[in-house]
Write a protein that binds this ligand. Structure first.
Ligand SMILES: [Zn+2]
Length: 220
């Protein structure tokens, strides 16, 4: 059975909306799809944009930032987050799979927007529960290739896999990332598993990155 949808799960982005000031162009993907976004809105949410637009980078002279390796579809979800919160980006889009949400998490890592990562991770947990999915090796590889040791989503994936008892493909050729994953699995297995991975449980910030800062869901 699909888990209950916590009312606060897809909370609105609580950061101030800064709709005054200049707009910039963001060119996304190989095809350079153009997004026109308020500069201040990006800077208040993303440490990446804050740094990129603060410096006098050549590519910012014409107020343009290029993200050639990102997907326009996923950046569109990010822009929805910046302006409206993730709620509108996801509520009407059940087609966003766990894999899509994992990729949104890595987009958040690249843009250094921890609130967006926390929201994507919560949605990922929800979607995996809804679809009764245990994240497969493709998702593991994606996350372990785009995050660093100790990352909360790494810890979540390890826990979900240990909890599921799913047998892994220890012979796969995916390289060091999977070796790290299975090392973490072995360690976690020896520690024993706490089954509380639900995002709406008492430990709902357990996999969030905000630390002492307010949770994006905190004042709902
Ligand atoms: Zn939190």
């Amino acid at each position: 059975m699909a888990p209950r949808l916590p009312s606060e799960l897809f909370a609105f982005n609580k950061k101030p909306k800064v709709l005054s000031g200049d707009v910039i162009q963001v060119l996304v993907g190989n095809e350079e799809q153009r997004f026109t976004v308020h500069e201040n809105s990006l800077r208040v949410n993303s440490a990446f944009f804050e740094a990129a637009l603060r410096r006098d980078w050549m590519e910012t002279v014409d107020r343009t930032v290029k993200l050639p390796e990102e997907s326009p579809e996923r950046f569109h979800v990010y822009v929805q987050w910046v302006y409206c919160g993730l709620y509108k980006g996801l509520k009407g889009r059940p087609e966003l799979s766990p894999n899509d949400l994992a990729r949104l998490y890595t987009l958040g890592a690249r843009l250094q927007d921890h609130d967006f990562q926390d929201a994507a991770l919560d949605a990922f947990i929800y979607r995996c529960g809804e679809k009764e999915t245990i994240p497969d090796d493709n998702i593991v590889f994606l996350i372990f290739s785009n995050t660093t040791k100790g990352d909360p989503m790494r810890r979540l994936l390890v826990k979900m896999r240990v909890r599921s008892g799913m047998v892994g493909n220890f012979d796969n050729e995916m390289g060091t990332q999977m070796a790290e994953f299975y090392f973490d699995i072995a360690k976690k297995s020896m520690e024993g598993v706490d089954p509380s991975v639900a995002p709406d449980g008492p430990g709902r910030c357990k996999y969030h990155q905000h630390g002492d800062q307010p949770c994006y869901r905190a004042d709902e």
